[in-house]
Design a protein around this ligand. Structure first.
Ligand code: ATP
Length: 296
């Protein structure tokens, strides 16, 4: 993978669109003082997401826009596009032979990042670059004035610089991310353990409640069963009493005196003579008994 081209437009001294093509191997930009050589490396830093005006030899973000000259007006828009050769599949997640990373800025605006012309967040672009050793800080670009800083750096700082320039940065970043993930998982495990302990505490009273509820349910069923037995016994006793009552009524109906011809003949008529006074009647065999109570 290598950087094939840098396309600039409106960036610092490059007011007109310019394409700087870079072949594999060493590429050298030659030019007189003040011709804009360092502006090219600034443009690479800027396009890879630099947020530090100081790093870009500027005072404020908008200073990277062409500020105007005697014959040209300042511009309100600038764009830098880095075209990478991805033939070897370094960016396996991007199945393209070429990958283009672009940064745009409108004066007073927020800026825009694009990967193969599709808008992305700055963090996405920075992460993509860190995969190929061009991550945050871009220690692989040593800008003007930084040589002295590098030479006077502590051995540990120099080691970091060399490691990042050699592309170890992405592995370090991955390790850092994995460590963060592990820390998050450890916190989650801790929380899960606390929760488990809490639940365990509540488990015993809950088990007692559950067995009490089970017992209550069984007793409820027993009560229902007994109530049903009592009701059926009551019903049987009532049916028996009713049958007895019906039998007695049938008997009393059968024994009740019926109006007959002899009875009507025995009915007192208009008294004709004192001798016709009826005497005490004798009970007739098979005659009706004079019972008044109908109850059992
Ligand atoms: P040296 O060899 O002296 O380091 P150089 O070739 O690296 O110089 P740069 O420092 O890249 O040159 O460019 C400096 C030029 O860029 C200056 O002429 C400066 O006016 C111009 N320049 C920088 N910023 C802007 C801007 N925002 N708008 C227009 N021109 C700019």
């Amino acid at each position: 993978m290598h950087l094939k081209a840098v396309k600039l437009r409106g960036f610092k001294s490059f007011v007109d669109p310019v394409e700087v093509r870079l072949e594999p191997g060493v590429a050298v930009v030659v030019g007189p003082n003040g011709s804009g050589k360092s502006n090219i490396s600034d443009s690479i830093l800027w396009a890879t997401g630099s947020l530090s005006p100081h790093e870009l030899r500027a005072e404020k973000p908008d200073d990277v826009l062409f500020a105007g000259s005697a014959g040209r007006k300042p511009v309100d828009f600038c764009e830098v596009e880095l075209v990478f050769d991805n033939d070897d599949g370094t960016w396996a997640e991007l199945p393209f032979a070429e990958v283009s990373l672009t940064r745009r800025l409108h004066r007073g605006g927020e800026g825009q990042y694009l990967v193969n012309r599709a808008a992305v967040r700055r963090i996405d672009l920075v992460e993509l670059l860190s995969d190929v050793g061009l991550g945050g800080g871009l220690r692989s670009i040593i800008s003007q004035g930084s040589v002295e800083t590098v030479l006077s750096a502590k051995p540990s700082e120099r080691r970091t610089l060399v490691e990042e320039a050699a592309g170890l940065g992405r592995f370090k970043l991955r390790r850092h991310r994995a460590e963060l993930k592990l820390a998050r998982v450890a916190t989650q495990v801790e929380r899960a353990r606390d929760l488990e302990a809490e639940v365990r505490k509540r488990l015993r009273p809950l088990a007692l409640q559950a067995s009490a509820a089970e017992r209550a349910e069984k007793l409820g069923e027993e009560v229902k069963r007994l109530q049903a037995s009592i009701a059926s016994l009551d019903l049987a006793s009532l049916s028996e009493r009713r049958a007895g009552a019906e039998r007695r009524r049938a008997r009393s109906t059968a024994c009740a005196p019926r109006p007959s011809a002899s009875a009507s003949a025995a009915r007192p008529r208009k008294r004709s003579s004192p001798s016709s006074k009826p005497g005490p009647q004798r009970p007739r065999p098979g005659g009706a008994r004079t019972r008044t109570s109908s109850s059992s």
